[in-house]
Design a protein around this ligand. Structure first.
Ligand SMILES: C[S@@+](CC[C@H](N)C(=O)[O-])C[C@H]1O[C@@H](n2cnc3c(N)ncnc32)[C@H](O)[C@@H]1O
Length: 251
């Protein structure tokens, strides 16, 4: 799980990349393994719940909302909330008695997400500036942690897993969409800053992802291919990054 590039260099390059995307308002994370077909990532019921331009600003690679089975009254923390789309979907599910906290390190993304929240008039969502490695939430504050195509961008994934565990209450759960691989990526890809921004270079092997979550204390860990690869791991070509659904529970 060690990086070829220094962690600070990865963070500042990733921040710059997503700052530019927020200013341009373009969708998707770049020439990457990310499915990029936001229209088919979410059900129509979810997609129709917000104005089209907000629904279209998705940089994710799956739908962590539907698999989270969110309940009214729950507190949800979204790691790397971007323009806020998953937070707005989650807010509808948890209702007025629940709340959603989006965390992101990129000021332009936070400004965009807060502007969208004001437009939508939502009162149960807030966006906090911070790193997913050191979440700005109290111990045990979250019932559910969601994230969409973000953890692959972290230069310190074991620390992300430990801090998710800290922020969840006992019995809480995680529902994550992320890019993973079947086999380690070649060093030339891992050392490309462009490939980091595109959600490729930092993708973990799916077995390492599962092991990392278990080492942080999570139980019932599942890392499963989504979409066209859901026929099974044996069909996924080695070294090809793909989108996975990751679920686990804090005992
Ligand atoms: C691929 S985008 C996904 C955004 C959003 N989840 C979505 O589905 O549209 C990645 C987001 O994660 C944020 N991010 C990346 N690394 C981060 C880190 N270490 N800490 C906090 N935010 C991070 C970026 O600023 C960006 O907004």
């Amino acid at each position: 799980m060690s990086n070829i590039i220094a962690p600070d260099e990865i963070r500042s390059s990733v921040r710059e990349h997503y700052g530019k995307l927020a200013r341009k308002s373009s969708s998707c994370c770049g020439p990457s393994a990310c499915d990029c077909d936001f229209n088919s990532m979410y059900s129509n019921q979810l997609a129709n719940a917000v104005p089209e331009d907000i629904a279209n600003f998705s940089l994710g690679c799956g739908d962590p909302i539907t698999i989270a089975s969110l309940q009214p009254g729950e507190t949800v923390v979204d790691l790397g909330s971007g323009g806020g789309l998953d937070c707005f979907y989650a807010a509808q599910r948890v209702g007025a008695t629940g709340r959603v906290i989006g965390v992101d390190m990129t000021p332009e993304m936070l400004a965009k997400a807060r502007g969208n929240a004001t437009r939508l008039g939502v009162t149960n969502v807030e966006f906090r500036e911070g790193y997913i490695e050191h979440l700005p939430v109290a111990d045990g504050e979250a019932d559910v942690i969601i994230s969409n195509c973000v953890i692959n961008l972290s230069p310190d994934k074991p620390q992300v897993f430990r801090d998710m565990y800290r922020a969840l209450r006992s019995g809480g759960r995680i529902s994550i969409s992320d890019i993973v691989t079947n086999g380690e990526l070649p060093a030339i890809v891992q050392s490309s800053m462009e490939a980091w921004g595109a959600c490729v270079a930092g993708a973990l092997d799916m077995r390492d992802y599962a092991r990392g979550l278990q080492q942080a204390g999570f139980a019932d860990v599942r890392v499963e291919p989504k979409g066209k690869f859901d026929a099974g791991l044996s069909l996924i070509p080695v070294h090809v990054p793909f989108s996975a659904i990751i679920t686990a529970r804090k005992p």
